[in-house]
Design a protein around this ligand. Sequence first.
Ligand code: ADP
Ligand code: MG
Length: 234
Amino acid sequence: MSDKKLLARAKDVSKHYTMGGRRIEVLRSVNLDLMEGDFMAIMGRSGSGKSTLLHILGCLDVPSSGTYTFDSLDVNSADDDQLSRIRGRAVGFVFQDFHLLSAQTVFENVALPFLYNKVDRKVVHHRVEEAVGRVGLSDRLEHRPSELSGGEMQRVAIARALVVQPRVILADEPTGNLDEESSREVMRIFTSLHNLGVTIVMVTHDKEVAARAETIRVLRQGQLEREEAAAGVS
Ligand code: ADP
Ligand code: MG
């Protein structure tokens, strides 16, 4: 047993959608323990339920059956306030297509999560500069997304995810729109964040990218299978 603390636990989590009277089983009895400091990759074919699982982990969606506990809170019995607090503060999302606001500067994009959290302006400044520094873009604070490369845009999105000091970063195909060099740069950032103790769950279908994580899990037929340890494969 490690001395890491449990951050989140999915127990027999199933998820289905009903479309035109047909029931689509996406997740079937998924069990997952996420410990603080983990760096986990989730792989699986397109349509295997990776995004669905990530949304449940980030409390953007709830299981059809089974239980999901985040930070000791059972999401099935949580109220809207508790859930939105988790979404806004405890979880940092990173998307394949960055989701940056094109008219806003890097500084403004990274400061965005504070719109919903009352925080002193000086603190916001400090936190934004710190997060942007972590992704190596301190000299780009006044740039707009169109003035950045794809890799830089994704690094801004990572800074925005980091800025609220979340309990976990959830990244859905973060390198899916990037060339090889930018992918490697993004993965170097995730590795350095992991080394600082940040908890990361990353969805990817790229084996090389997944190999940078500490553990790899694979969704097949709605079930989460364990892969061999990723360490050493690169
Ligand atoms: P992945 O991220 O692995 O590509 P998803 O989690 O996005 O897979 O989707 C898994 C399956 O669930 C797909 O077959 C998809 O069409 C279906 N699905 C996802 N979201 C919805 C939804 N809101 N309504 C109906 N079906 C959905
Ligand atoms: Mg997906």
